[in-house]
Design a protein around this ligand. Structure first.
Ligand code: BES
Ligand code: MN
Ligand code: ZN
Length: 512
């Protein structure tokens, strides 16, 4: 990952490949953002005009490269758009800074060192810029042999290595709050990028067993307790949902439990992640055009995994248990059929009407397992329904809950972290659509409101009296379009930052 430092150096004398500055969209054209005064001065105060001539407007995500002024050690200035100028006396919006830092870091792939002279008015701004840089500089090239040189290093062809080093100018390296903000950003971004790697790893290399091994290794490294239930243990325990989904695959399912405990914890949280390492649909096979990106169907489990490790690295004063429900959904002679009835871990029976509605089946068992420990709250994260994508698009995830205040609190945590999310209802009338003539419930209901139907199904497997929220991240988990801001193509790491923020707030006692 990109190495990050706080620096008090002045821009002109700095040895770097580029100096990054901010440009805002002002009423009369682009304006140079605070933090870049020395750069502007070196252009005789004419930088805004130069940028305008070059076609820059200050719009979000816009990147303009220009030669550095005479006397500068760095050869290039990279001007990145911050969007609309803030109101008088207000600072730039955190997410605008994060995205601009990310866009600049992305544009600097292949460079060794860049200095970021973006507006930092307080420690939190340094954290936000650090996060943007570290998330924007991400790339996944593990499988691109053509982009590697003879020694296996990146840099050949178009396989540009991510920006190696970033210095945040105006960063107060001796200030405790600044240092803490950057350290937090580094821990969260590093784990989030690992979650992206897991999502991007092809499904022939990341089956449930391999994912469990990755979790085991990380747990060991960070002092997290880990328990892996393999197929035999799942049979013994009666985990009919996870087993039913994994039944068709040559790679058996797993349930991974990660327990991070703090001696100072007053509250406990359980995070539950959908970890379908590949979703073919099973016997209800997905048609071509709907399965090419289904390696992303374990993004919920990857987010939960990353959040638990981040909580441990940050030493948060809250107990966090992560449950990864891992299975591969494949058709075969041993696969679950539409019409089969599964006896779930909770004891309820489920008629499987569509084997492609598999996420709710593995989550049901994991939610019930999590409930047995009576945590103060449970949050599950899942690429659960195409219906949620139809409702909210590909950049916003849906939040459902059995408690209005908790749903709002999770939404607030999402907003604070820069993750677009929106509250969704659980309308009671949709429950009867899942009535089954044979079993306690069917795994499918009305087509209309399919995302909410899935949420209602999950609610049945949350222990009595336990506060619960469900995040359907089917839209934003995997970016099929081009990169934007600090979001790359492919796995995005969605929900990691929301989960970490919820854990932080619970630890501080200002959530529920
Ligand atoms: N993993 C899919 C949902 C999904 C779709 C995630 C697109 C990301 C992108 C899930 O298992 C699924 O297949 N859901 C079905 C449910 C239906 C059969 C009730 C769906 O949404 O079509
Ligand atoms: Mn499916
Ligand atoms: Zn799925």
């Amino acid at each position: 990952m990109t190495a990050l430092t706080l620096s008090t150096a002045a821009a002109p004398g700095l040895r770097a490949d580029a100096i990054v500055i901010g440009v805002a969209k002002g009423a009369g054209g682009p304006s140079v953002a605070p933090g870049a005064e020395a750069v502007d001065k070196a252009y005789d105060g004419r930088l805004a005009g130069v940028l305008e001539t070059l076609g820059a407007s200050g719009a979000e995500g816009e990147v303009t490269k220009l030669p550095a002024p005479a006397g500068f050690k760095a050869p290039v200035v990279v001007a990145v758009g911050l969007g609309a100028e803030p109101e008088k006396d207000a600072g730039f919006d955190a997410e605008a800074l994060r995205r601009a830092a990310g866009a600049a870091a992305r544009a600097l792939a292949g460079a060794k060192k860049a200095a970021f002279a973006l507006p930092l008015t307080e420690a939190a701004d340094a954290g936000v810029v650090a996060e943007g840089v570290l998330l924007g500089a991400y790339s996944f090239d593990a499988y691109k042999e053509s982009a590697k040189d003879a020694k296996g290093a990146k840099g050949k062809g178009n396989g540009k290595a991510p920006l190696a080093e970033a210095a945040l100018l105006g960063g107060k390296p001796r200030d405790k709050a600044y240092k803490a903000a950057v350290e937090r950003a580094a821990a969260v971004a590093e784990e989030l990028n690992r979650a992206r790697d897991l999502v991007n790893t092809p499904p022939n290399d990341l089956n449930p067993e391999a994912f469990a091994a990755v979790a085991q290794a990380a747990a060991k490294e960070h002092g997290i307790k880990v328990q892996v239930l393999d197929e035999k243990a799942l049979v013994k325990g009666g985990y009919g949902g996870i087993l039913g989904v994994g039944a068709g695959s040559a790679s058996g399912p797993r349930l991974v439990k990660l327990s991070y405990t703090s001696p100072k914890a007053k509250k406990s949280l359980a995070f539950v992640g959908k970890g379908i390492t590949y979703d073919s649909g099973g016997i209800s096979l997905k048609p071509a055009g709907h399965n090419e990106t289904m390696k992303c169907d374990m993004a919920g489990a990857a987010a939960v995994f990353a959040a638990v490790v981040a909580a441990a690295r940050l030493g948060l004063e809250v107990n966090v248990t992560g449950w990864l429900a891992l299975a591969e959904n494949m058709p075969s002679g041993s696969a679950t059929r539409p019409g089969d009835v599964l006896r779930m871990y909770s004891g309820k029976t489920v008629e499987v009407l569509n084997t492609d509605a598999e996420g709710r089946l593995v989550l049901a068992d994991a939610l019930w397992a999590a409930s047995q420990e009576k945590p103060d709250a449970i949050i599950d994260v899942a690429t659960l329904t195409g219906a949620m994508m139809l409702a909210l698009g590909s950049r916003t995830y849906g939040i459902m809950a059995n408690d209005d205040a908790f749903r709002s609190a999770v939404h607030e945590a999402a907003e604070e972290s820069g993750e677009p999310a929106w509250p969704m209802p659980l309308p009671e009338h949709l429950r009867k659509g899942m009535d089954s003539p044979t079993a306690d419930i069917a795994n499918m209901g009305e087509r209309m409101g399919g995302g909410l139907v899935a949420g209602l199904f999950l609610r049945e497997f949350v222990g009595e009296g336990i506060t619960w929220a469900h995040l359907d991240i089917a839209g934003p988990a995997f970016n099929e379009g081009g990169p934007f801001g600090y979001t790359p193509k492919g796995g995005t790491g969605t929900a990691v930052r929301t989960l970490v923020r919820v854990a932080e707030r619970v630890a501080l006692g200002d959530l529920g």
